[in-house]
Write a protein that binds this ligand. Structure first.
Ligand code: MGD
Ligand code: MGD
Ligand code: MO
Length: 776
């Protein structure tokens, strides 16, 4: 174990108290950046936040959103008190009434319990969005209540979970590129070497910093000699610095991977020792790759044969690693695509070598990322009640989510039984993660008898659907634990929450204890945190003083038995090897080997649609100014990216007579959305890329035509339909078809952001914001 106990966790400086912390939402983000929070010594109020240069993982790096957190804390739209609204008044801004926390808890407890008594715990869903602090504690709350329905609205659960599920299935573990983040001494660690090649595949690490990866590390490694290969249809900043940029046709990644596999095997570039000793199904995998020759691959992917060959040769050099991303998940054949890529780093022997793909584990089994094992809470019969449990791949992925599309279907139809209540904690499905939000998500949620939202702002989802809204505090105002594969750190409370805002841990612990104290142990919240890190042999207070706690890290764990529960050498799969041919996939009725499937909506599979829908549509590329649908009300961040946009190549724009900044409709056979044109050569003339997650906090919250806060008219998920692949995973967010045409001026009633003070109508829910506290 290594700790950061040599530096203080709190000290004073220039009349301020400085508190080291981990900034893990809210506001939301995947990262728990090491920060120093400055508060006024006299008043205790929040002053500013800076990156913590002592923190080995982040080394002082911080993004614009975190630096702007003061704007979030003192924002006039911030929710500060629990509120209730009559169900018949859903959508009405002035119908919320302030209540006390006790009244809120009592009402939720009473209504939820009534539903459980009448229809069983299973008829209430507990939904979260992406990996902020919330998902595991939300699942735990549901389990304590007696509901197994821990859920997520994104079609095909197509974020991260598919890649993790595929990895767990094939390798019995998850792997990450080795950027030295597992070592507190980082790049100086004597065992570490810089990757020779870093593949950035369907990911934009500098902007996204997703899933336990900080984009800066890629640049740090480049400075130490790593070469870069970027697989992306857009020239990202890293793409322009890459040694090889593969401008791939969206949705064809598995074709590229299979052709690379064939080339590597046929040119004897693979790692014989690793394949013979540690892989299962090599011959079968080679057979599966055979159809994917360079000519076919080049035609399908739009890449040159030379570039595919260079990529394959670089993949085979040691050590090489892959930083993959969302584009692998957002494909109906995402398990296939993940497997095609996993097999590449497996046959080339990159697993768990310095500079390769390191196998990672939850440090000290903290359960900070994963909910409790449902097997310890539910009977096998009850477990089968999880919505979508027919999708065995999801059920066995270790991530224990309901299948999203099945869940929304059930919300809408009430079949096979009604979903009567929804607890929404850190998700905004009407504006962000729900496909076909107007006809599916809003309709489904409104069928519930009770909808509770735990939120920091009045989002479109809360405005349209919530009966009870619980106000959430921001990270400087709370205690908590941050853990990522490599270390744990406390989130230390530096100032008091404004109003009566509370944090997720506190809310769930207080409410959860009404239902099941075994799942929410401890007499205080701090006891509960100590319980979460008990395997580290530290109390919460000790871990605070330790700043960051790293378990020891070893390479090549599969040789020493550290990779399997029975401590035998090998991987935690049926054969004990990396299953290039997956016996589990076979058991679950899925193809055991990867193969290429043309996306169902592409110019190749639907040539007859090309005339009407000439563009391939990919969506949701991340921006610095927002985290999903968050930050739209932060004026400074909004100024960086004021309107929803889509990227279009100059030639294509000229053909259509479209000018920079012009509002246009993007339309598919499913629906249309309105965004402004951003004309840029970074994208191929046959492809357009559109923002996701827009809403307009400055717009009319009761607007039903455009959708609450004008969200539907600009929501790209009205253009990309719901639906998943046959594993239950995957969607079409990164590969669909659309046309583009200018929007008439009269069709654009969007308000412009005026003085923020003008936004507040008398008598609206915003009456609960407190000028005095804000000014203080
Ligand atoms: N077309 C298209 N759609 C996409 C994507 C895409 O690429 N293309 N990406 C998808 C992906 S990968 C994901 S993960 C989803 C994300 O979808 P969501 O996670 O649902 O994202 P948000 O809409 O930002 O909703 C989060 C809400 O939680 C609140 N919040 C923030 N922090 C906290 C917290 O700590 N606790 C609580 N209780 N609330 C908090 C915020 O105010 C916000 O309203 O969107 C998906 N939608
Ligand atoms: N600032 C910010 N950071 C975020 C988020 C945010 O909203 N804002 N969201 C967080 C979440 S939940 C997630 S899941 C991650 C996602 O983070 P990333 O994995 O980086 O996802 P994206 O930015 O959607 O897409 C990454 C790249 O894939 C490319 N791409 C699009 N289609 C394809 C394709 O078919 N094949 C290939 N190879 N590439 C393609 C895009 O051009 C883009 O540059 O980011 C997280 N971090
Ligand atoms: Mo995500």
């Amino acid at each position: 174990m290594y700790t950061g106990g040599d530096v203080p966790w709190q000290w004073e400086e220039d009349g301020m108290v400085c508190t080291r912390s981990a900034a893990w939402s809210a506001p939301g983000c995947h990262d728990g950046c090491g920060v120093v929070i400055y508060t006024d010594k006299e008043t205790g109020k929040f002053v500013k936040v800076e990156g913590d240069e002592e923190n080995p993982y982040y080394q002082g790096r911080l993004c614009s959103r975190c630096l702007d957190v003061a704007e979030a804390i003192y924002h006039p739209d911030r929710l500060l008190y629990p509120m209730i609204r009559d169900r018949k008044d859903r959508g009405k801004a002035d119908a919320f009434k302030r209540i006390s926390w006790d009244e809120a808890y009592d009402t939720i407890d009473r209504e939820f319990t009534k539903i459980r008594e009448e229809s069983g715990g299973k008829s209430i869903i507990f939904a979260s969005g992406t990996g902020r602090v919330t998902p595991p504690i939300n699942a735990r709350l549901g389990y304590a209540f007696g509901s197994i329905q821990y859920s997520y609205f994104l079609s095909g659960n197509a974020c991260y979970v598919p890649r993790v599920a595929a990895s767990n299935t094939i390798m019995g573990c998850y792997t990450c590129p080795d950027f030295s983040m597992q070592f507190p001494d980082r790049y100086d660690n004597p065992e570490w070497v810089a990757p020779k090649n870093i593949f950035v595949w369907g990911n934009n690490p500098l902007v996204a910093n997703a899933d336990g990866n900080l984009g800066h590390w890629v640049v740090d490694c480049m400075k130490r000699g790593s070469q870069l290969i970027v697989v992306d249809p857009r020239a990202t900043w890293l793409g322009t610095k890459a040694d090889l940029w593969l401008q791939i046709r969206p949705g064809t990644d598995s074709m590229l991977a299979l052709a690379m596999g064939k080339y590597i095997i046929e040119n004897d570039l693979y790692d014989h020792e690793f394949v013979e000793s540690w892989c299962y199904g090599f011959e079968e995998y080679y057979e599966a790759c055979k159809p994917y020759d360079l000519d076919t691959a080049s035609e399908i992917t739009w890449l040159s044969k030379e570039d595919i060959v260079e990529a394959a040769e670089r993949m085979a050099q040691k050590p090489s690693c892959v930083q993959w991303g969302l584009a692998i998940d957002m494909n109906l054949q995402c398990i296939n695509a993940s497997q095609a890529v996993v097999n590449l780093w497996s046959i080339t022997g990159q697993i768990d070598i310095p500079g390769g793909m390191i196998t990672v584990h939850d440090p000290y089994n903290t359960e900070v990322w994963l909910p409790p094992d449902p097997k310890e809470v539910f009977t096998p019969e009850e477990e089968k009640q999880r919505i979508g449990s027919v999708y065995e791949m999801i059920t066995n992925s270790g991530m224990v989510q309901c299948q999203a599309d099945t869940m929304v279907d059930q919300l809408i139809t009430g079949r096979p039984y009604k979903v009567r209540g929804a607890w929404l904690q850190s998700t905004n499905p009407l504006a962000c993660c729900g496909q076909e939000p107007k006809n599916r998500i809003e309709k489904g949620l409104k069928n519930c008898e009770i909808v509770v939202c735990v939120e920091c702002f009045m989002t479109p989802t809360a405005m349209a659907c919530a009966d009870i809204v619980l106000p959430l505090c921001f990270y400087p105002e709370r205690e908590g634990l941050r853990s990522v594969w490599y270390y744990i750190q406390n989130t230390n409370k530096a100032c008091e929450p404004l109003g009566e805002a509370k944090d997720d841990f506190q809310i769930n612990w207080e409410l959860g204890r009404r239902w099941n104290k075994d799942l929410w142990p401890g007499d205080t919240l701090e006891d509960y945190f100590s319980h979460l890190i008990k395997e580290a042999n530290l109390t919460y207070d000790e871990s605070r003083k330790a700043n960051w706690v790293y378990p020891e890290f070893h390479y090549q764990k599969y040789r020493t038995g550290e990779q399997r529960p029975d401590h035998q050498p090998g991987f935690n799969t049926i054969t004990g090897r990396v299953e290039l041919y997956s016996l589990l996939l076979q058991q679950w009725g899925q193809a055991p080997l990867p193969s290429y499937h043309e996306p169902p909506m592409s110019p190749v599979s639907r040539p007859e649609l090309v005339e009407e829908y000439p563009f391939i549509l990919t969506t949701g590329a991340r921006h610095y100014a927002s985290f999903h649908s968050e930050h739209r009300q932060m004026d400074r961040l909004r100024a960086m990216h004021p309107d929803p946009w889509f990227e279009i190549n100059p030639e294509a724009a000229a053909d259509l007579g479209i000018k920079e900044g012009q509002w246009c409709w993007l339309e598919s056979p499913v629906g249309r959305a309105r965004l402004t044109a951003h004309i840029t050569p970074i994208i191929d003339a046959r492809v357009v890329q559109a923002d996701h997650a827009w809403w307009f906090p400055e717009a009319d919250p009761e607007d039903q035509g455009e959708g609450c806060f004008a969200t539907y008219a600009t929501n790209i998920n009205e253009v990309v339909p719901a639906g998943c692949g046959d594993t239950g995973f995957g969607d079409q967010c990164k590969c669909f078809m659309c046309k583009v045409y200018p929007c008439e001026p009269q069709e654009i009633p969007l308000p412009t952001a005026a003085d923020p003070k003008d936004r507040f109508a008398e008598g609206s829910f915003r009456n609960f914001t407190y000028e005095a506290e804000r000014e203080a």
